[in-house]
Write a protein that binds this ligand. Structure first.
Ligand SMILES: Nc1nc2c(ncn2[C@@H]2O[C@H](COP(=O)(O)OP(=O)(O)OP(=O)(O)O)[C@@H](O)[C@H]2O)c(=O)[nH]1
Ligand SMILES: [Mg+2]
Length: 334
């Protein structure tokens, strides 16, 4: 065997093992796509290209909600229920704050402790210390990998307090917002922007003394959504009450998810949504690449930091600075 064949054979083996559902290979493949080294990026891209025909077969569900709403507990229980029905469940996270807050969304493994030990579950925390753009890229590519590995349900957890929920909404088929019980019109701190992304709102912790409050919160959400959804005939969000801890209402939640997915598929909306997502994704990647290669140019980098300082001091307006930088794009120099 020639030495130069080794990387190719290595890649063949990795692709075959991922397709065979080998968890170790899947873990290695994800590590490869998380890598920022240029040589790894080329290998990652060729791996993704080869796996591409075997992707797209999962139901992709985003799970968002304020901190403490019970997202992880819900994913743990729902995941177990679905594994019992014969599904293979992958759980990913989009959490660009994981280093700042000192713990990843899934770092607290106890909340998914039961699912984590299941043969047919694959849990991958958000890569630490990356920007939202970086985490988004990794998560999208990881969705493709787990689909190629035979997982038929992908759950993506994210906290609904920043931009990450929009990033997640742009990579899933169905977006679920986990809400807390509690009456009152402030709707427990959930931003309108988050509600507008929701296909399903699951008011969680509908157990013990909370049952009544959860029902009232659900009624409040129905009213709020009814108003928000006016003028959007394609958007018909539903509200359910569940208890992740007591495993109540989760079958109904799953039935809704499956029903929605089936409707989307039958009407062609799913294919449309996914191709729109692909185009948006291409644009985002291009923007990222453009900015990165621009900053790689020494002259541009120098100008960039000088102008940034001037904008900070108020010497130059942001618009004028952007205009000056854009002019550099027309010139070709290292
Ligand atoms: N009573 C009750 N408590 C619950 C339920 N689901 C979750 N909890 C509790 O709520 C707390 C937060 O649960 P998590 O699942 O970690 O919530 P999360 O939304 O994933 O939180 P972050 O990842 O920190 O944003 C924990 O103490 C859970 O035990 C439920 O259905 N009923
Ligand atoms: Mg969590």
């Amino acid at each position: 065997m020639h030495g130069s064949d080794a990387p190719k054979l290595d890649m063949d083996r990795m692709v075959d093992s991922v397709l065979a559902g080998d968890r170790v290979a899947l873990g290695r493949a994800i590590t490869l796509i998380e890598s920022a080294k240029p040589e790894d990026r080329a290998r990652a891209q060729s791996m993704l290209d080869r796996l591409n025909p075997r992707t797209g077969n999962a139901i992709r569900v985003g799970i968002s909600g304020v901190p403490g709403a019970g997202k992880s507990t819900l994913i743990d229980q729902l995941g177990l229920n679905l594994i019992a029905k014969g599904h293979k469940v992958a759980v990913l996270a989009v959490d660009p704050t994981s280093t700042r807050s000192g713990g990843s969304i899934l770092g607290d493994k106890t909340r998914m402790g039961r699912l984590a030990t299941e043969e047919n579950a694959f849990i991958r925390p958000s890569p630490a210390g990356d920007s939202l753009g970086g985490v988004t890229k990794t998560t999208r590519e990881t969705i493709a990998l787990v689909e190629a590995a035979g997982y038929d349900l992908v759950l993506v957890e994210t906290v609904g307090v920043g931009q990450s929920e929009i990033a997640v909404a742009n990579m899933v088929d169905i977006f679920v917002v986990v809400a807390l019980p509690g009456a009152g019109d402030e709707l427990q701190g959930i931003k309108r922007g988050l509600l507008e992304l929701a296909d399903i709102i699951a008011v969680n912790k509908a157990d013990g003394d909370n049952v009544h409050r959860a029902e009232r919160a659900a009624a409040d959400y129905r009213v709020a959504l009814h108003i928000l959804a006016a003028g959007h005939p394609d958007w018909q969000p539903v509200v359910l009450t569940v208890s992740a801890r007591e495993n109540l209402g989760l079958d109904a939640l799953w039935a809704k998810i499956e029903e929605r997915q089936a409707e989307l598929k039958a009407s062609g909306a799913l294919a449309k949504r996914r191709s729109e997502q692909a185009v948006t994704w291409m644009r985002e990647l291009f923007d990222q690449r453009l900015v990165a290669s621009f900053k790689d140019s020494r002259r541009a980098a120098r100008q960039w930091s000088e102008l940034e300082a001037k904008v900070r001091d108020g010497q130059v307006t942001p618009a004028a600075a952007a205009e000056q930088l854009a002019k550099l794009l027309g010139r070709h120099e290292p």
